[in-house]
Write a protein that binds this ligand. Structure first.
Ligand code: GAR
Length: 195
């Protein structure tokens, strides 16, 4: 049996990208295993999704720690036990600190709902509407210490039409995300296997 690359998904919210990655694994598009879900909001909807699919979960409340390095050290322990090779941020609304970056440099990727470098940070979809742009989209990038500043891996456009509400735009963007993220994860994993 060929080696299944072990992923950790980090999420804070709904978990639709978690679901899309799980679906890609289950239908054979992606040869990988989600070895753990890491969640910084113990009441997030993604936790219920992960329980249903029997993904191991590490959830924590950052307020219980005095520093980011403290909970990141605990995360690393969990990831090491599971043999995690790649960290996939999927709506993890927190900057990754130096502790995790040092351990997983070049192996952490993020998905962001805009064409970076436009509209980094919170509410990228609202920012695009506010700016009145006609084109936005999705970016997948490596994670560095900055806010959505790491090297870009892939982008896909989404057109904003006149009559679109914010909810319409969000669902158009998420539709693209759910296709693009598993595809790019697959490419990155395969590249790793060829080395
Ligand atoms: C996604 O749209 C993702 O691009 C965004 O959060 C959403 C999570 O949705 N991430 C960011 O804004 C990161 N800066 P999900 O929980 O349904 O996957």
């Amino acid at each position: 049996m060929s080696h299944k690359t072990k992923l950790a998904i980090f999420a804070s919210g709904t978990g639709s990208n978690y679901d899309a990655i799980m679906a890609a694994i289950n239908n054979g598009l992606l040869e990988a295993e989600v070895a753990i879900l890491v969640c910084d909001r113990p009441n997030a909807a993604v936790i219920e999704k992960a329980k249903k699919k029997q993904t191991p979960i590490f959830s924590f409340d950052p307020k219980q720690y005095s520093a980011k390095a403290d909970f990141e050290r605990e995360i690393i322990q969990q990831l090491c036990v599971k043999g995690v090779e790649w960290i996939i941020l999927a709506g993890y609304m927190r900057l990754i600190g130096q502790t995790l970056l040092n351990r997983y440099e070049g192996k952490i990727i993020n998905i962001h709902p805009s064409l970076l470098p436009s509209f980094p940070g919170l509410d990228a979809i609202g920012q695009a509407i506010e700016a009145g742009v006609k084109l936005t989209g999705v970016t997948i990038h490596y994670v560095d210490a900055g806010m959505d500043t790491g090297q870009i891996i892939a982008q896909a456009p989404v057109t904003i039409s006149e009559d679109m509400s914010k909810a319409d735009l969000q669902s158009a963007i998420q539709k693209v995300e759910h296709q693009l993220y598993p595809t790019i994860i697959k490419q990155l994993i395969n590249r790793g296997k060829q080395l």
